[in-house]
Every structure is written in structure tokens, then in C-alpha cells.
Write a protein that binds this ligand. Structure first.
Ligand code: ADP
Ligand code: MG
Length: 402
């Protein structure tokens, strides 16, 4: 029997009604002749009683120091609750179901608590249970180390679980169900005219995910691409056909004109622009680079000039960066509350007119570009965080995506 993996995110599992909608979807796939494995996230978003952020808060209230191992054990509980409740909801319709944790589903990871990498999926038990006609409901976002400690896979980890299980089980499709119609030309909560993208290449959606479109996790896209499994993004609550993610070789030929080269706009908030005044030949330059690596501070939008180094970091790394710069007695300045807005288009690089549209449209909208950068599939601008929504809307219409 063909195997279908369906993943449901936090809002999809959060209420009785939404779980009934999931049960209907799952049963439909089962009745169509598929073996069905469901992956679930924790219920709801921050503030909901069993949401991951709520559990983290509970822990932080009592913990005086970081203990990532114990925190992972607690964080994994949100999905365990979802899986058992979802399994029972489907069972009420007369189907054989079973809830499984990441460990019970055979997902083995390394020891990187909080951001673990999956090393191996043992599918023996899953395949046996699917053969026995069970609908399986597996906790997303988690696995277990060789030593038997529970680990979590980082933000977006449930998407990753679904893609990994889909790949390991050689599934016909991995369907990511969420609370919007699929992958859109921008976050529909920011850009109201955002449109559904019916088909998109792995490269573009990967880039969108990296640049802030959180609708699907970039690691999941990577797993799907490498294993060749078809990935779909759909709405739990509507019949919209959703987005199919596929190899770029199956998509229409390359576009070559600024008016249709951009596929989507995405944004990342809570960014700081850092300028460090250090000369290329100074020993401090090397010490700075060593320190960034040692502190695991990842830098972006990097402009290394002869006499100064300009780059961005995320707000969460600010304290560690300042400590590093102060220890090295470096002269620096920091511009807080910035956001990086990116236009994404497959092979956008070198298409004449794209940068011109960005600069002119933003100037007209009174948005100040603080910095810019490009890659083969993207052009990014750094703007003040207060301008982020305006920037997204402006670029979205400048490239005819409305
Ligand atoms: P889930 O809990 O189902 O995993 P997420 O919150 O992780 O859901 O992702 C879905 C959200 O992603 C949507 O509600 C939407 O606001 C946001 N989003 C950001 N960019 C996009 C985009 N380009 N297309 C669709 N949704 C997007
Ligand atoms: Mg998500």
C-alpha cells in the first residue's frame, strides 16, 4: 500500500474542532487506500497550556542555570500530549490507531540537545504497524540519543520529522498541513494580497525558509530534496490544492525579465547591524573572527572592507557579541531593531532591472536601505524593523506579485 505522511502544526491540533478536521483528512487518505502516518506538533502557540513556549517558560521559572538535557525532556511532552489525543480522536471513528513518541518511532539523534540532528530512523516497527493496518500518530520535533536521552530537533522540527519519516519509509508523499492555503508569495498575515504558489522548486522554498518564510522548515525541504520525496504544503481547514514542491527541472524554463523573475518576498526580524572598526592587517581582525566562531555567533549580510567590518547578527547573540568586542577592546557601533527583507527568485542573479526596482520602489515608499546583499537566488535589504511590513508590501507590488 502507498504510504502517506501528514504533518499537522500547532494551530491545527489546538482545538476539538480542528482535531476533528484532521481526523476527517486522515480518514480520507486512509479510505483512498493509503497507509497513513501522522506527525503532530504541540498544541497551540505561546500561552496555550501545552504549547512548547509555555513549557519552556515553566522550566525557566525554576531553573537557575541552563540544563538543555532536562529542558528537552520537558519540551518533548507537548507533542506527546498532542499525539495521544489525536490518536484517540481518530480511533473514535472506528480505526486502529497508535500514538508513538520519537523514540518509539525509531528516531535516533546525536547529543545536541535543543537542536539535535537525526542520525538514523529504524523503520522496522513502523512498517510492521502500518502493515497491521494501524494509523500511526507520531510526535514531531524529537528523537532519542544512543544513550537513551530524549532530544528535540529545534524550531520547525516537526516538519523535519515528517520529511525524515517520509524519506525513511519511502512514502509517496509528505503533506505539511498548516493554517494557510500553502506556500504564498509572502506571509499573508503581512501582505494581504499574497497569492498561493501552486508549484515551487526545492531551491526556492529552501531559500524562502532560510530567509524567514516559516511556513515550512528548511531542513525538511533539504531532506525531501535529497530523498526525492514529493513535499506538499496544504491547509488543514480548506480544500485548497496547496503547494507542490518539486525539482526545478520539472518546472517551466528560466525567466529572464525583472517583471516575472521574483517568486516571493520574506523577512527576518530581530536583526542588529554591527560595524567593527578594525584594519585587515591588524591581529585583532583574526581575533574577532576566531571569537565569532568560538562563540557560535553566525553573521550575515557581511561587508568586510579594508578599515571596517559590517555585518548583522540576531538579537539573541547581542550579549555574547558585546562581551567579545569589549574583551578585545575593539571600537564598534551597533544599530538595533533592524530586519532583513529578501526577494527570492530562481537564478535572479544578473537579471537586469531587479535592483533598480528595489531601490526606486523603496525610495518612493520612504524606506531607507541600510545595507544590501545578493546571491544567485536572492537580493536582500536591511531596513529598520519599523519599516518591515511596508518594505514587504512595497516589494511585493513592485514585482507584480499582488
Ligand atoms: P505550523 O504551526 O502549522 O507549523 P507555522 O506558524 O510554522 O505553522 O507556519 C505557518 C505560518 O507561516 C502561517 O500562518 C503564515 O503566517 C506564515 N508564513 C510566513 N511566510 C509565509 C509564506 N510565504 N507563505 C505562507 N505562510 C507564510
Ligand atoms: Mg511550522
Amino acid at each position: 500500500m502507498p504510504i502517506v505522511v501528514q504533518k499537522y502544526g500547532g494551530t491545527s491540533v489546538s482545538t476539538v474542532e480542528s482535531r476533528e478536521a484532521i481526523a476527517r483528512n486522515v480518514i480520507k487518505a486512509k479510505e483512498a487506500g493509503n497507509s497513513v502516518l501522522v506527525v503532530v506538533s504541540a498544541m497551540g502557540r505561546n500561552g496555550a497550556p501545552y504549547a512548547t513556549d509555555t513549557l519552556i517558560g515553566l522550566f525557566n521559572d525554576v531553573s537557575k542555570e541552563e540544563n538543555l538535557r532536562d529542558l528537552d525532556l520537558l519540551m518533548s511532552c507537548g507533542e506527546t500530549i498532542s499525539a495521544t489525543i489525536m490518536s484517540q480522536t481518530i480511533r473514535n471513528y472506528g480505526y486502529k490507531t497508535m500514538a508513538l513518541t520519537g523514540f518509539q518511532a525509531g528516531i535516533q539523534t546525536d547529543e545536541r540537545f535543543g537542536d539535535a540532528n537525526v542520525k538514523h530512523v529504524d523503520t522496522k516497527r513502523l512498517l510492521h504497524l502500518l502493515d497491521e493496518d494501524y494509523i500511526l500518530v507520531v510526535t514531531g520535533f524529537q528523537g532519542i540519543t544512543k544513550a537513551g536521552d530524549v532530544t528535540t530537533l529545534g524550531r520547525g522540527g516537526s516538519d523535519n520529522t515528517a520529511a525524515l519519516l517520509g524519506a525513511a519509509l519511502n512514502a509517496d508523499a509528505v503533506e505539511i498541513y498548516t493554517d494557510v492555503d500553502g506556500v504564498m508569495t509572502a506571509d499573508p498575515r503581512v501582505v494581504e494580497h499574497a497569492k498561493l504558489i501552486n508549484q515551487i522548486s526545492y531551491e526556492e522554498i529552501y531559500q524562502m525558509a532560510i530567509d524567514g518564510a516559516k511556513v515550512v522548515d528548511h531542513k525538511a525541504v533539504d531532506v525531501a530534496k535529497r530523498s526525492g520525496v514529493v513535499l506538499k504544503v496544504k491547509n488543514t481547514f480548506s480544500d485548497s490544492q496547496g503547494t507542490t514542491i518539486m525539482s526545478d527541472s520539472l518546472l517551466p524554463p528560466l525567466k529572464k525579465d525583472w517583471s516575472n523573475v521574483v517568486t516571493a518576498v520574506a523577512a527576518k526580524k530581530d536583526v542588529l547591524q554591527v560595524t567593527v572598526f578594525v584594519d585587515n592587517h591588524s591581529a585583532l581582525n583574526e581575533a574577532l573572527l576566531d571569537g565569532l566562531e568560538k562563540e557560535q555567533i553566525s553573521i550575515d549580510l557581511i561587508n568586510f572592507l579594508a578599515e571596517k567590518k559590517v555585518f548583522t547578527i540576531f538579537e539573541k547573540d547581542e550579549r555574547r557579541l558585546k562581551k567579545l568586542l569589549d574583551n578585545l577592546k575593539l571600537e564598534y557601533s551597533i544599530l538595533e531593531s533592524c530586519a532583513k527583507v529578501t526577494v527570492i527568485g530562481y537564478r535572479i542573479h544578473g537579471v537586469p532591472g531587479v535592483m533598480k526596482r528595489i531601490v526606486l520602489s523603496l525610495a518612493k515608499a520612504n524606506v531607507n536601505i541600510l545595507q544590501s546583499s545578493d546571491s544567485s537566488n536572492t537580493i536582500s535589504v536591511l531596513v529598520s524593523q519599523s519599516d518591515v511590513d511596508k518594505t514587504m508590501k512595497t516589494l511585493h507590488s513592485a514585482f507584480n506579485l499582488d
